[in-house]
Design a protein around this ligand. Structure first.
Ligand code: ADP
Length: 202
């Protein structure tokens, strides 16, 4: 456990379809890194459980799950990974994908995480984004990717609620990445942005 008792973390920001999941998974192949995607944590829950049902009631409309519940699920997930030995905080940096998404979540998380770097994947081409998400629905079996109006709502929620979150962090921690590039070029820029900010020693 680090001396300050906080989870060392890198935050990945980007609208739905920006590639933050793909990039997060690849970066997390490095030693000392664990990728935690909030959407994956929610989707892995039992769909018949109370929380599972509540998640679906929001996600199918493209809405965010309430803040307190989201942070509680996140905290329980990390703590159970620590308990099982999957995460060792004296060794791992967490790559957080999709959390925090509101300024209220920033506040709740401030007692839990130590932000080492913020990676902002920026996309200009919205039409390509929507086409990409609708294509993903066929492969990933995600109902929230299948419907254009749900996708548009998620992009709207991202712009209204999540983009302002970036202002909560010091500018020097934020790396702006052009995510309209091919994935390999994005990966190069993401990797470059992390050098010197996180430890990757074996
Ligand atoms: P995407 O970012 O591509 O929309 P995610 O897999 O990250 O998809 O999230 C899917 C859904 O899970 C969101 O639409 C939302 O309902 C819920 N969710 C994920 N992360 C959060 C969060 N930090 N706060 C609230 N809801 C969340």
């Amino acid at each position: 456990m680090p001396a300050n008792n906080l989870y060392p973390s890198v935050l990945f920001f980007g609208c739905p379809g920006s590639g933050k999941g793909t990039q997060g998974v690849v970066i997390a192949q490095l030693p000392n890194m664990v990728h935690l995607a909030m959407g994956d944590i929610f989707r892995a829950m039992d769909k018949e459980s109370e929380i599972g049902k509540e998640f679906l009631s929001y996600a199918t409309k493209g809405q965010l799950v309430p803040d307190e519940l989201t942070i509680r699920v996140f905290h329980q997930h990390v703590e159970s990974c620590i308990e099982s030995g999957e995460i060792d905080l004296s060794y791992h940096t967490l790559i957080l994908d999709g959390i925090p998404r509101t300024t209220a979540q920033v506040e709740l998380l401030s007692k839990m995480i130590d932000v080492k770097r913020v990676v902002h994947l920026m996309i200009d081409d919205h039409d390509a984004l929507i086409a990409r998400l609708m294509g993903r629905a066929k492969k990933s079996n995600r109902p929230d990717d299948a419907d254009r109006s749900v996708i548009e709502n998620r992009i709207r929620v991202y712009e209204q609620e999540t983009l302002p979150v970036l202002e909560s962090y010091p500018k020097k921690l934020i790396a702006k990445i052009n995510a309209d590039q091919p994935p390999l070029a994005v990966l190069r820029d993401v990797a470059d942005s992390l050098v010197g900010f996180i430890s990757t020693k074996i």
